[in-house]
Design a protein around this ligand. Structure first.
Ligand SMILES: [Zn+2]
Length: 413
């Protein structure tokens, strides 16, 4: 008996490199929704899927979908996937690794002439990052049947609507509803993705099980004080909007630093009028709060609001907090977490559960199926950056674990 074929980490990495060459710029990676570069990446993915024994097609929004039938045709599927679009000046693994690894796992099943009691599909989502039209998860939302047709009127930086961009790509904007899959057709959605954070590396682990895709809140905050002359207004009589904002930033750090897995970030701040010799009359800053549990996140937001109000009162400034975005937590199903954990344990790796601080396609897919994620360690926790890197050994471990999960997958009865 010949020994079974195993997934090839080398081929996975070569294919990530090949996809990285489908880019707007020769010396950096940028590939946005409905671009010529996406067409090139789709062609590669379709070819690899067919080579792996799958029927492969583009759906109505430009997702690449491959299907490997089970023991008999037409069975419900375990759907694997991730996204093929990127941010600007991106790394080459965010998204692509999950698509390529999914194809590699199916190629291994095919080479071993293995059919499972369910079909396996691999989805390469056309848009997750939302770079071109400033609306995220377009590909997975189309599959989940939650695509908002209002998006079709959105324009890119050249003023081209999504509707026209779809037509230019050869797709029919009125057919997007046809990309939707029904609950029951998809037994579960599982995604392999780089961690995009430093937790696994810090603990010396190649892979981990994701517990939830964190929910989040974003706010735009404006502080109104009183502008004045930097030389003439005594310190006690000032209503300095920037100093108040600074105190707010530290309050966010204090509230969010007090609990594990809760994070809060002020990533942008502005002083107005913004001159060296003027006390800031106004300041504006952003706030992003995320946590794996909705209750924890809402408690933190309430504590931050309370702290801001106290700072405003004491400093005699108005602090206006405008909500700009909110997402609920998307929990990974415990029954799927167990099956991923079992596959990790079979590789003799300690099982680490961790939440995902970044958003993923599972946030959309959860509308039609339970979701699971396997995280792979990335060097320095770096992502959304050309320095994104993973080791061949980690890719090898992750592909083996993912294939083991697929081969032993038990649908929930
Ligand atoms: Zn991603």
């Amino acid at each position: 008996m010949t020994s079974p074929v195993r997934p090839s980490a080398a081929r996975i990495l070569e294919r990530c490199d090949a996809l990285a060459r489908c880019s707007e710029q020769p010396d950096a990676l940028t590939r946005v929704f409905l671009s010529p570069e996406q067409r090139a990446a789709n062609a590669l993915a379709l070819e690899w899927m067919r080579e792996a024994g799958m029927d492969a097609r583009l759906d109505a929004i430009g997702n690449v979908i491959g299907r490997y039938e089970g023991e008999r045709p037409g069975l419900p599927c375990l759907m694997l996937g991730s996204h093929l679009d990127t941010v600007r000046d991106a790394g080459r693994y965010d998204g692509m690794l999950g698509v390529v690894a999914g194809i590699e796992c199916v190629a291994t099943l095919h080479a071993n002439r293995r059919r499972l009691p369910f079909a396996v599909e691999v989805a390469g989502f056309a848009d997750e990052e939302g770079v071109r039209f400033n609306a995220t998860l377009l590909g997975s939302r189309a599959i989940a049947g939650t695509f908002d047709r209002g998006n079709l009127g959105r324009t890119d930086s050249n003023g081209l609507t999504m509707r026209d961009a779809l037509r230019d790509f050869g797709l029919d904007p009125d057919a997007i509803g046809g990309a939707a899959r029904r609950r029951g057709e998809v037994l579960a959605y599982a995604e392999l993705h780089i961690e995009q954070g430093p937790v696994l590396e810090n603990e010396g682990l190649a892979v981990g099980v994701v517990t939830a895709i964190n929910g989040g809140n974003r706010f735009a905050i404006e502080v109104a004080g009183m502008a004045g002359h930097a030389g003439t207004v005594p310190m006690q009589l000032r209503r300095d909007a920037l100093a108040a904002a600074a105190e707010c930033v530290l309050a966010v750090e204090r509230v969010c630093g007090a609990e594990a897995e809760l994070v809060g970030t002020v990533g942008k701040i502005e002083a107005l009028p913004g001159a060296i010799n003027v006390i800031a009359g106004r300041s504006r800053f952003s706030l992003d709060v995320r946590a794996p549990a909705d209750a924890q996140r809402l408690r933190a937001v309430a504590a931050i609001r309370e702290a801001f109000a106290a700072i405003g009162t004491r400093r005699r400034v108005d602090v206006d907090i405008k909500p700009v975005w909110e997402a609920q937590t998307s929990a990974c199903a415990p029954w799927l977490q167990q099956q991923i954990a079992a596959a990790i344990a079979r590789e003799n790796i300690p099982v680490r559960h961790l939440p995902s601080g970044a958003g993923h396609d599972g946030m959309a897919m959860i509308a039609i199926a339970d979701i699971a994620m396997l995280f792979v360690r990335c060097e320095g926790g770096i992502s959304h950056n050309p320095a994104e890197a993973i080791s061949a050994d980690d890719v090898d471990v992750a592909a083996r674990v993912f294939l083991d999960f697929i081969e032993n997958f038990q649908p929930r009865t």
